[in-house]
Design a binder for this molecule. Structure first.
Ligand code: NAD
Length: 368
């Protein structure tokens, strides 16, 4: 079998800095674990605009469609704020998501014990937390028609439409059930079937997909408002949560804060399976290009490293190696090593971006 392919788009600001650390880890997996990945690199965002006058060149888009997975750093920066909306760095990211049809957005909320004090919730509520929010990303109220601001009966009316087809619900439900099978085998579906017809259809279709294809997975349902409450009351009750675009936007941001720093949060966006059975996939840290610290060796590379761990698990069928990488990150944090964003008290000395990468590689060595 040929090696899986990974297209790296490091982007702008701290993107290239954190990506350098991931490259060390990719090299380690090739050298020490025989996990060989064909890596290619290209430009996205402001870097692509500087080179080509567009935030995503057509050739790069074509490479992304071909690759088994894309790993993206971050895009944007103050230099590009003056650009026309059509060529802003973020447009490159949106084009990738749209043309690859990445309808399933995975946002894990994982709390490493060593960082439990960083959460705004009590330590015992978040320590050891490991949940996954699956958000539908390409439909729902952010895209539904009609939309707009109209004048009706002499006053302005803002209109958006929540609209889901059964196939859109079914495919994201499948994505959640598949993930659950690789985790604790439990899915909780969240909607507002008590007040929304789209919620009734959502619940019905999730049940149908469950019965027909995934009856081995434990399924429960919750109204999204109760889900928000339960996420801060007792988040460890969940394994996989599947929900629509709007509720997922809100619930995943709330869940993210359970874990502390932005520098720790990975994500994945998955699409339909390709001819080789792997889903179309793009992995990226949740954070942006952090222009305030770019070029200073201060960025925390862990969000990007954990995004690569997700690629190992969900695109490259290397779940055990993903576990190994996450355990290495956990070991480094447990040893007390911290980048500046993770410092708890004044007077502690942070390590640099590259020192954090080196520490993770050393912990990987120690795992052998
Ligand atoms: P940001 O995520 O870049 O930064 C927010 C704050 O968190 C900053 O203080 C930053 O220093 C800190 N931070 C972020 N990542 C960190 C890391 N890995 N280690 C340590 N500290 C980290 O958000 P912003 O400041 O609102 O946006 C900056 C630029 O990034 C803008 O141009 C924005 O449009 C863009 N952006 C891009 C993405 C993306 O590429 N997916 C996401 C969000 C924002």
């Amino acid at each position: 079998m040929s090696n899986p392919s990974l297209l790296i788009l490091a982007g702008d600001g701290i993107g290239p800095e954190v990506m350098d650390e991931v490259k060390k880890i990719i090299t380690w997996f090739g050298d020490k674990r025989d996990v060989n990945i064909d890596v290619s690199e290209d430009l996205v965002g402001g870097a692509a605009y500087d080179a080509h006058g567009t935030p995503l060149h057509d050739d790069t888009m074509a490479k992304a469609q071909e690759a088994d997975a894309v790993l993206l750093g971050a895009v944007g920066g103050p230099k590009y704020d003056v650009l026309d909306f059509s060529v802003k760095p973020e447009r490159g990211l949106l084009r990738l998501r749209k043309e690859m049809d990445l309808f399933s957005n995975l946002r894990p909320a994982q709390c490493f014990d060593a960082l439990a004090d960083f959460s705004s919730l009590k330590k015992d509520i978040v320590a050891g937390l490991d949940i996954m929010i699956v958000r539908e990303l390409t439909s729902g109220i952010y895209f539904g028609e009609p939309r707009g601001i109209e004048t009706i009966d002499n006053e302005r009316v803002g209109i958006n439409t929540q609209r889901y087809t059964e196939s859109e619900i079914a495919r994201v439900a499948r994505s959640a059930f598949e993930l659950a099978r690789k985790r604790d085998n439990r899915v909780c579906s969240m909607e507002k079937a008590n007040v929304m017809e789209s919620g009734i259809l959502w619940q019905t279709v999730v049940n149908e997909v469950h019965q027909a294809e995934y009856s081995d997975v434990e399924l429960s349902h919750m109204y999204a408002d109760n889900g928000a409450m339960q996420l801060v009351r007792n988040p460890k009750q969940f394994d996989v949560i599947v929900t629509d675009n709007l509720f997922g936007d809100i619930l995943s941001d709330a869940a993210a804060m359970l874990t502390g720093s932005l520098g720790m949060l990975p994500s994945a966006s998955l699409g339909a399976p390709m001819a080789n059975g792997r889903p179309k996939a793009m992995y990226e840290p949740v954070h942006g290009s952090a222009p305030d610290i770019a070029g200073q060796g201060k960025a925390n590379p862990i969000a990007c490293v954990l995004s690569f761990a997700m690629a190992l698990r969900y695109s490259f069928d290397q779940g055990a190696e993903a576990d190994r990488l996450e355990a290495a990150v956990e070991a480094v944090l447990a040893s007390g090593a911290r980048t500046a964003d993770l410092l708890a008290a004044e007077g502690e000395t942070p390590i640099s971006t590259s020192e954090m990468g080196d520490a993770i590689v050393a912990a990987l060595d120690a795992s052998l």
